[in-house]
Design a protein around this ligand. Structure first.
Ligand code: V55
Ligand code: FE
Length: 489
């Protein structure tokens, strides 16, 4: 068989790497790596090992997960990158070709893999309860060794998690160290069932609740506060009939409403309250908190789905600019009886991949970072983002924007505190820059208070890393399972 990737986005800087890498002692080409940083900056990269056997694959969501990590100790940085051995990867490796077909469509698979998990483990890497998990919202979690990135296998919290799929965006309660997580399509492909779980700071599941969404859709992220969990139901709809008819598994519905399902933390499924709002698409959560009565939940929203390859349900055309996400604050008044919510704009430019200082997850916060999609007067080239920004969601400090440079892409910023007791936003930003002309990538360590200052350190890789979504810093004590609280080491 001739191994050949189609000539679409799988080319040039974004061509699949298909190679696993172990490189100790990365070159620091500028500045100095702070000595007290001990831990790992993990990024889960999608990287297809075998070309698709179906046409028009939604390549960007359907690539094999490649776990990567920059390991920090004593001012030195090592790098490791390994495929996640999902059941799917193992089966395809044995066959020497792709066996799984279209994104989220089990009917398009080779009959030899019927019933096997379709998960690609390509979205986020979570460290909680001493376990490193590679997550993808359509399948069970996969446990990895946090130091070698070797795959241990599927993880179901000692049999306590029966949902067939687990979100890639759990939240860790910064006050209690509890893990708040869920699965949608939890009873199987395209089901309306959502399962909500909490685990204590040791990783033991302490709560489970099930309920039905108003309609089946992609539920990519959640908003979690000290007292509430908010599930965003957004009209990127998902129907079993479409899958059976070999149509796209997801379609944008321009007429359906957004529902925000609010449960008290550790509440029962029948306690869910649905707040309803106008048609738009929920992206990622920034941060969220509550004061007992009001829930403040900051998110990105676009007029329609960010994923341009998912068509409108009625076949109607849409404007590409409608897919541009903007950051907004949703305010839910739990004492209001009409089940509506209000929204306030938070930032002027289109942006995605928002993050916060994770020591403030579920708590009142100010500092946020993100990638920008567009800055007036500049053109976006290539696949990756070209800017990162820092901002104060309360407007107390001016926002800052860093341009990665011509022919460069820049990844999701990750805040790392300067030390465990540092004030909110006092520390570093780690982000990977792709230098497309040189076909190489660099890890930038920036001063979080001034991302435009010369980097604290620039760590060079002698190869390129493909653009990816999410990256997470876990300190050394977290990696060793000694704590679940985020910190510098
Ligand atoms: C997202 C990413 C996915 C996916 C569903 O960013 C949603 C959103 C890379 O895979 O399967
Ligand atoms: Fe995401």
């Amino acid at each position: 068989m001739n191994i050949r990737f189609p000539n679409n986005d799988f080319k040039s800087f974004e061509a699949p790497m298909r190679a696993e890498i172990e490189l100790t002692g990365l070159e620091v080409v500028q500045g100095k790596v702070p000595k007290n940083l001990e831990g790992g900056f993990f990024r889960l990269i999608g990287d297809r090992k075998w070309p698709a056997f179906v046409d028009n694959d939604v390549f960007m969501l359907n690539e094999d997960g490649m776990a990567s990590c920059f390991y920090f100790k004593d001012g030195k940085v090592d790098f490791r990158m390994r495929y996640v051995r999902t059941p799917r990867f193992v089966a395809e490796e044995k066959a020497g070709r792709a066996l799984f077909g279209h994104y989220r469509n089990p009917f398009s698979d080779d009959p030899s893999v019927a019933g096997l998990s379709r998960g690609t483990a390509n979205v986020t890497m979570l460290m909680h309860g001493g376990k490193l998990l590679a997550l993808k919202e359509d399948s069970p979690a996969i446990e990895l060794n946090p130091f070698t990135l070797e795959t241990i296998g599927e993880y179901d919290w000692n049999g306590k998690v029966t949902a067939k799929a687990i979100t890639a965006h759990p939240k860790i309660d910064a006050k209690t160290g509890e893990l708040v997580f869920f699965g949608y399509c939890a009873a199987g492909p395209a089901t309306r069932d959502i399962a909500y779980y909490e685990a204590d700071s040791e990783g033991n599941v302490t709560h489970e609740a099930w309920f039905h969404a108003p309609y089946t859709c992609m539920v990519h992220d959640i908003m979690v506060t000290q007292n509430y969990v908010v599930f965003p139901i957004t009209p990127l709809r998902h129907e079993l009939e479409w899958i059976k008819r070999s149509e796209p598994a997801f379609k944008w519905d321009p007429h359906e409403s957004v529902y925000l399902g609010v449960l008290p933390r550790k509440g029962r499924g029948d306690q869910i309250r649905w707040f309803k709002g106008p048609n738009q698409c929920h992206g990622h959560t920034v941060g969220a908190y509550d004061d007992g009565r009001y829930i403040y939940a900051d998110n990105t929203f676009s007029k329609r789905s960010f994923f341009h390859f998912f068509p409108n349900v009625d076949g109607s055309q849409f404007k590409p600019t409608d897919a541009m996400p903007y950051m907004k604050r949703v305010v839910i008044d739990m004492e209001r009886s009409d089940n509506s919510f209000v929204e306030q704009p938070l930032f002027e430019y289109p942006c995605e991949l928002p993050r916060i200082d994770t020591r403030f997850e579920t708590l009142p916060y100010s500092f946020a970072t993100m990638n920008l999609l567009d800055v007036p007067g500049q053109e976006r080239v290539g696949r990756g983002f070209q800017w990162i920004a820092t901002m104060d969601v309360n407007g107390a400090k001016p926002s800052k924007i860093l341009y990665a440079g011509d022919n460069c892409s820049i990844g999701e910023p990750q805040f790392v505190p300067a030390h465990d007791n540092a004030a909110e936003g006092d520390g570093y930003i780690m982000t990977v820059v792709g230098r497309h002309e040189q076909m190489r990538s660099e890890l930038l360590i920036l001063d979080a208070s001034d991302i435009n200052a010369p980097p604290v350190a620039t760590v060079a890789l002698p190869f390129r890393l493909r653009s990816t979504g999410h990256g997470y810093w876990y300190g050394g004590r977290q990696l060793r399972g000694e704590t679940n609280f985020p910190g510098a080491w």
